[in-house]
Design a protein around this ligand. Structure first.
Ligand SMILES: Cc1cc2nc3c(=O)[nH]c(=O)nc-3n(C[C@H](O)[C@H](O)[C@H](O)COP(=O)(O)OP(=O)(O)OC[C@H]3O[C@@H](n4cnc5c(N)ncnc54)[C@H](O)[C@@H]3O)c2cc1C
Length: 279
């Protein structure tokens, strides 16, 4: 038997965490449920964040979009703000799991699980998102690439939670793209994925580009060398082929039940080639 606490306010949350310092926080429980099958630590209390309304808000403040950690994937799919301003993230969350998983699973849970296959992560890396971390004493923020240390490892300390993600509102971008390759079209973890944001001139010269791949390295993979190869040149087959070759050399994929490393390496480059076909 373990205690499960369901606070409805941050004040209550801090009280529970003070009383049970070894407690494990969770939100939708979709990743936690899988961990329970593998037997997670006995005796630890559980604290559910999903009844705390202020952790669910999605809003714009100045030039930033804030998404509360307990915003569900379905909530983000339904958000006009996310759809209109963050289309790459909107596409990514719309493809997570299945409707029940999207109804329960949250962006905070996806970030804290820190899986290289987490579908919100490539768009968040490409958009240079920051993770807001909260404890009773106050808040701090970390760029997502610094918050995630490796598979399942983050910069969260004891008695801290992720409260929100801050995303700089994309300015002047005319390409915001996400594509995931899985073994089937639903309920599939990615074999490889790519989020790409770019500003193209009227004659399709790349003025600015930000790229991030999922499932091809221990954490989300970014490749400044490939971005440099594209900038200042038209987004055409020749420049994309050159950049894709750089990416294939630099990714560090693993072989697992879903795909072998060589396949992932090939797909990582091919996802980039696809940008040439987008209008
Ligand atoms: C059938 C199935 C299909 C899936 N398909 C996909 C998929 O296609 N793509 C994908 O990316 N993922 C997928 N997932 C994984 C999962 O649904 C997502 O990662 C989801 O976003 C997790 O959110 P959650 O709120 O359920 O996390 P939880 O299970 O509640 O928590 C996950 C972890 O994060 C911690 N945590 C959660 N919220 C916070 C917080 N605010 N602060 C601090 N720590 C926190 C918990 O302690 C736990 O360690 C799938 C899962 C299942 C079961």
């Amino acid at each position: 038997m373990r205690d499960v606490f369901l606070p409805r306010s941050l004040e209550k949350l801090w009280t529970y965490l003070d009383e049970s310092p070894g407690a494990l926080v969770f939100a939708g429980g979709t990743d936690l449920l899988v961990k329970t099958f593998n037997g997670f630590p006995e005796g630890e209390a559980l604290v559910c964040l999903d009844r705390i309304d202020e952790l669910k808000e999605i809003c714009q403040q100045g030039e930033s979009i804030w998404i509360g950690a307990c915003a569900t994937h379905s909530g983000m799919v339904a958000s006009r703000l996310v759809r209109n301003t963050l289309p790459a993230l909107w596409k990514a969350v719309g493809e997570i799991g299945s409707p029940p998983v999207r109804n329960m699973g949250t962006i905070g849970g996806n970030i804290c699980t820190a899986s290289p296959a987490g579908d919100t992560l490539p768009p968040l890396y490409a958009m240079k998102a920051e993770v807001e971390i909260l404890c009773r004493e106050g808040a701090r923020r970390l760029p997502i690439a610094q918050f995630i240390h490796g598979p399942g490892a983050t910069g969260l300390q004891k008695a801290e939670i992720v409260s929100a993600v801050r995303i700089p509102k994309p300015q002047g971008l005319n390409l915001q793209h996400f594509e995931k390759v899985g073994l089937r079209s639903a309920l599939a973890c990615s074999v490889a994925s790519l989020a790409a944001l770019a500003r193209l001139s009227p004659d399709r010269v790349v003025e600015e580009v930000s790229l991030a791949w999922g499932s091809v390295a221990p954490t989300v993979f970014t490749c400044p060398q490939a971005e440099e190869t594209l900038v200042g040149r038209p987004l055409c087959a020749a420049s994309l082929r050159e950049a894709a070759e750089i990416v294939r050399h630099r990714v560090r994929p693993i072989s697992d039940v879903r795909a072998d490393a060589e396949y992932r390496r090939t797909v990582a480059g091919n996802l980039l080639l696809r940008l040439g076909t987008l209008s």
